[in-house]
Design a protein around this ligand. Sequence first.
Ligand code: BDR
Ligand code: CA
Length: 312
Amino acid sequence: MRRSIIIDCDPGVDDCIALMAALGSPKELDIRAICVVAGNVPVETCYRNARGVLALAGREDVPVYAGCERPLSVEPAFADHVHGESGLGGAVLPDSAAPLSGLHAVDYLCETFGNAAPGSITMVITGPMTNLATALARDPKIAAAVDELVIMGGAGTEGGNVTPHAEFNVFADPHAAEIVLNCGRPITLIGLDATLQFRCTANRMQRMLASPHSAVAAASDMIAHVNAVYGEIYGAEGAALHDPCTIGYLLAPELFKVEMVRVSVVCDNAERRGHTAVQAPSSISDGAVIGWVTGLDAQPLFNLLIDRMERL
Ligand code: BDR
Ligand code: CA
């Protein structure tokens, strides 16, 4: 079945790769809109990057809406030390000639979900959850239109990547994550426990460099930068491709191992800000019950995503 989806993101290298894989999957995914939010880089930069991906893909028919410029309560945190100042690593994307949209992403979400049939739209979130949280705070009834939320965020056994306790998307806006994770709709959360199993290793990089396709060439220019940063900061072989896991999950859920868990978010403790406590559903009384991805089949997932980018 073709799913109607909205992608909310903060592109960002791995967000761009997620967008390209989604755009290369028109039979399965009907992308209604891309919303952007401040996260890896400021929201204006995310807006330009999302439009650049659409220009590269020849898909400027997909609208892009700029959303929240800052988190709900905490001070903004960016990740340009990983993604580069442009958010695109070493890649340069074409300028988009599409008209600019004046509609705020939160207004778009309220209007679209407000007018949609119950359970009719899937939302993918690969950045801080500020846009949807703001929309839900304004009108909690819009949650009914959500079929499923597929979110990259959080960490269980892996601890964190911004601090020892927290993953970036939840750290960047823990209060938003708390609202979204408790919205009452089905959620699949793909955190570091899974995404750190999905790395752009030297072999996979070679595969990308050998591709004659412009989208994959742009993706390898992006990843080369992040791979170098990962090597320096974490001493790791190959950057984790966090955000594309969300699209991979929609396309091929059989490649992912999911357990039902209870997740609660630490909001008001400076040291543990953005920590996600992931527990068996019966072990604690608070926190939302959601699907938590614990594992994935990395090589078929990589092949699938590259194949989809090569269709652009
Ligand atoms: C998440 O943080 C961002 O830097 C990435 O784009 C991804 O969404 C991983 O922690
Ligand atoms: Ca992201």
